[in-house]
Design a protein around this ligand. Structure first.
Ligand SMILES: O=C(O)CCC(=O)C(=O)O
Ligand SMILES: [Fe+2]
Length: 263
């Protein structure tokens, strides 16, 4: 997966240009930074974003250069989906819910992928690959470059710690929707990617996302009697549109959906 991703980013600019778009609603696109329509300061990242489920619907439009791209990436996506669904089952059980609770609550989940490419950066202290953010979806499975570190997560004690790559390991990040569905019991993790002057870096993020019409509302058993849920109910469509209408340096998107928010 990593090798074919790197081959893609090493293609000549004229070849990659055909896929370029800064429109977040496009289902297959190559872009740069995070959301260049909204930012004033850009980040040191290029990314290929693909919708991956239902696979048959999107596969024909995926890049066919490199030649092996579709075969390798589609096999990877299918495996990652199975892993993600198993993890959601275990997370449901850990909350005292039925094993299939979250899978049902999230509906027929979409799956998106960001193949991130961070070129060598001559002045890494002046920028990020990706600045501090949480993922807006439910669950993210991240494959890191085995040779180059860059991912950092924020601990409860407000310290950034490096999550260095380990051979054959995946990183699992919980996203905003699991925070809302668990009524805040699980926290969506703050993370960022730093860049370096010595080496390019890649990562591949697979995002399991609720279906657009899924109503995100905390499980009844997780809201204490007589108390309001932390977040109001909303559809994922509403959340996702709000997320992409903003930039990462603003207030956390989920805060806008709190029940105790003063209007
Ligand atoms: O490059 C990384 O390690 C992080 C990528 C990431 O957070 C994302 O794509 O949402
Ligand atoms: Fe992320």
């Amino acid at each position: 997966m990593m090798a074919v991703g790197l081959q893609f980013f090493h293609l000549p600019p004229e070849e990659k240009e055909k896929l370029y778009s800064d429109e977040p609603s496009k289902k297959i696109r190559l872009s740069t930074s995070f959301n260049i329509r909204k930012e004033t300061v850009h980040n040191w990242r290029d990314y290929l974003r693909l919708h991956c489920h239902p696979m048959e619907e999107y596969l024909p439009e995926w890049p066919s250069n490199p030649e092996s791209f579709k075969e390798i990436v589609s096999a990877y996506c299918r495996e990652v989906r199975l892993l993600g669904l198993r993890l959601l089952g275990m997370i449901s059980l850990s909350l005292g819910l039925e094993q299939d609770y979250l899978e049902k609550a999230l509906g027929e989940q979409e799956q998106h992928m960001a193949v991130n490419y961070y070129p060598q950066c001559p002045e890494p202290e002046l920028t990020y690959g990706l600045p501090k953010h949480t993922d807006p979806n439910a669950l993210t499975i991240l494959l890191q470059d085995p040779n180059v570190a860059g991912l950092q997560v924020l601990t409860g004690g407000d310290q950034w710690i490096a999550v260095n790559p380990r051979p054959n390991a995946l990183v699992v990040n919980l996203g905003d929707q699991l925070q809302a569905l668990s009524n805040g019991a699980y926290k969506s993790v703050w993370h960022r990617a730093v860049v370096n002057a010595a080496q390019e870096r890649m990562s591949v993020a697979s995002f399991l996302c609720p279906c657009n019409s899924a109503v995100i509302s905390p499980a009844a058993g997780l809201v204490r009697d007589g108390e309001a849920a932390v977040y109001r109910s909303y559809t994922y469509d509403e959340y996702y549109k709000k997320f992409w209408s903003r930039n990462l340096d603003q207030e956390h998107c989920l805060e806008l959906f709190r029940n105790d928010r003063l209007q």
